[in-house]
Design a protein around this ligand. Structure first.
Ligand code: ZN
Length: 218
């Protein structure tokens, strides 16, 4: 899942208006930021295997530290206070929930490769990715709702806040569609390097445009 994680982060702006969009999306996507770093370090393993599911050519052989429920709970404890404590009473629990939400959404989409505890027990996955139409329907429905909530929880201060945000929203759709319908990545290095660069670009861009929008305090 990709757009669905971003959507949850956008939607959280209504509940945590003082937290930057970039921190909210980063929380929801934290697992997929830690993952490429650990793949690059050789700690977690992925293989390119076209047809693994209909949506992704990636076989997530092992990712116990970035994608288990147990370690995501630990990551949330590390992440949420650092970015949330100065941002209002609700910010810490919301950020923690966003970090863990990644696991729930990935269990829905992945085949059964999602660990609960590293190296122990059964792995879960409901396999939404076995159907391209169902995946598209779920991801785009979530994205539309997330965008709507963010756009009605903030208002643009200038053109960067309106057009800059609009281009970011469209750019993420293009990246997503290219990932699903484009050719498989040429190498494992291309996967993790591309994922880290993508996360960096998204983080800076979201931080920039969010500063040009004012949250509507309710
Ligand atoms: Zn993930």
């Amino acid at each position: 899942m990709f757009l669905g994680h971003v959507a949850i982060g956008m939607a959280a702006k209504r509940a945590a208006p003082r937290v930057s969009l970039t921190v909210l999306v980063l929380a929801a996507q934290l697992a997929d930021v830690i993952w490429p770093a650990l793949v690059g370090l050789g700690i977690e393993q992925v293989a390119i295997e076209p047809g693994n599911t209909r949506v992704t050519p990636l076989n997530f052989i092992s990712y116990p530290y970035s994608h288990s429920l147990f370690t995501l709970a630990l990551w949330s404890i590390a992440f949420a206070p650092v970015f949330g404590l100065s941002r209002g009473r609700r910010a810490v629990p919301i950020l923690a929930a966003l970090v863990v939400s990644h696991w729930v959404l990935d269990v829905i989409t992945h085949r059964p490769d999602m660990p609960i505890i590293p190296h122990l027990g059964t792995k879960l996955g409901l396999g939404l990715w076995n159907s391209i139409p169902a995946t598209m329907a779920v991801e785009f429905a979530m994205y539309a709702v997330g965008l709507w909530i963010y756009l009605t929880s903030t208002r643009p201060r200038d053109r960067i806040g309106s057009w800059g945000f609009g281009v970011l929203a469209a750019f993420l759709v293009v990246v997503y569609l290219a990932n699903v319908f484009g050719p498989p990545p040429p190498s494992v290095s291309a996967i993790w390097i591309g994922a880290l660069i993508g996360a960096g670009v998204m983080t800076l861009w979201a931080w920039w445009v969010d500063r040009h929008r004012t949250p509507l305090e309710r």
